[in-house]
Design a protein around this ligand. Structure first.
Ligand code: ZN
Length: 69
């Protein structure tokens, strides 16, 4: 449409341009990369990624401590 297409970023997953409406929307989620940059993900992609996030946050079974024989 106009020059706002990339001003607010784009979805990390589907590359959909993030519009000013999206900035005010709670649909998009932000992601802070280790290097300090902030990326955004649109609503549908956020929902699609939820299982990944939950999987990452799910407590992993801790390997059993070595048992002294
Ligand atoms: Zn997306």
């Amino acid at each position: 449409m106009d020059a706002t297409s990339t001003r607010h970023g784009a979805c990390l997953t589907c590359a959909r341009p993030r519009t000013l409406d999206d900035v005010h929307s709670l649909e998009w989620s932000s992601e802070h990369a280790p290097d300090g940059t902030i990326g955004f993900r649109c609503g549908p992609c956020t929902r699609e990624q939820l299982w990944r996030i939950e999987a990452l946050l799910a407590p992993e079974p801790v390997a059993a401590a070595p048992v002294a024989a």
